[in-house]
Design a protein around this ligand. Structure first.
Ligand code: SF4
Length: 241
């Protein structure tokens, strides 16, 4: 299920020179998702053998410090734990990106001390997951993952993509309350793309930058550090502030 490697990244693993491994398959259907090939067309993308990945990482150990494991949703991959153990044996730091729908695997990963950083997407308020991520009855699992992550002792962040027609001030208040007390929360710019799962997001204009600062001040009532990401890609929206 390993479908890609970005051999060097300065942005996927905060503070570390890393590479990123892409694992296919996801249980959510976020309309704005631009990784739709990793969600739907997983058998069309060639699989990279695990041995190849491990060999590559062994050769790069001198140059890289971390490995970011992303998706899709990596916790759905049945061999995620053995894979991480093999990477850990090479003395890499591991960052996991997750949608938080699989607290059972997270518990195991924390118990075995396999993670050095975890980033969980909080798609929306718990009541809005059906609208945003196309899934019902996920609230309890999302809440459980949030609690596990906060109590794990592992460095973490929660993050929310500001999808213009979904995230408003009310949603931001509810999301921030759900992750109350979080060490780090990032709000990030939505990116229109011709591969989005729901085509209407392919041409939707991202949210104006001034709105990000309003949302940041809402989240700051609840979280210790709130950051804004990816707004630099949209200079045209800055002029509207
Ligand atoms: S954006 Fe949503 S659908 Fe796409 S990979 Fe992430 S969780 Fe899955």
């Amino acid at each position: 299920m390993i479908k890609g490697i970005n051999k060097t990244t300065l942005v996927d693993y905060p503070g570390e020179l890393a590479c990123t491994i892409f694992i296919a398959g996801c249980n959510l259907r976020c309309g704005y998702c631009y990784n739709s090939d990793l969600v739907f067309n997983i058998h069309k993308i060639p699989t990279i053998k695990e041995e190849e990945v491990i060999d590559f990482l062994a050769l790069r150990r001198k140059y890289l410090d971390g490995v970011c494991i992303t998706g899709g949703e990596p916790t759905l991959f049945k061999d995620i734990i053995p894979l991480i153990k093999k990477i850990k044996k090479l003395c890499y730091k591991i960052k996991l990106d997750t949608n938080g729908t699989n607290p059972t695997i997270l518990k195991e990963l924390f118990r075995e001390k396999l993670l050095d950083y975890i980033a969980m997407d909080v798609k929306a308020s718990l009541q809005s997951y059906l609208k945003v991520a196309g899934i019902r009855n996920m609230g309890a699992k999302i809440k459980e993952s949030i609690t596990l992550i906060k109590e794990s002792g592992v460095k973490y962040e929660f993050r929310t993509t500001i999808v213009p027609d979904v995230i408003d001030e009310n949603e931001m208040e509810k999301i921030s309350r759900t992750i109350q007390g979080a060490d780090q929360f990032f709000i990030q710019q939505f990116r229109p793309d011709n591969k989005t799962i729901n085509p209407r997001y392919s041409t939707m204009e991202p949210q104006q930058i001034s709105v990000f600062y309003r949302y940041k001040s809402i989240a700051e009532k609840y979280c210790k550090h709130v950051g804004i990401r990816n707004i630099d890609n949209w200079p045209s929206l800055v002029e509207k502030v």
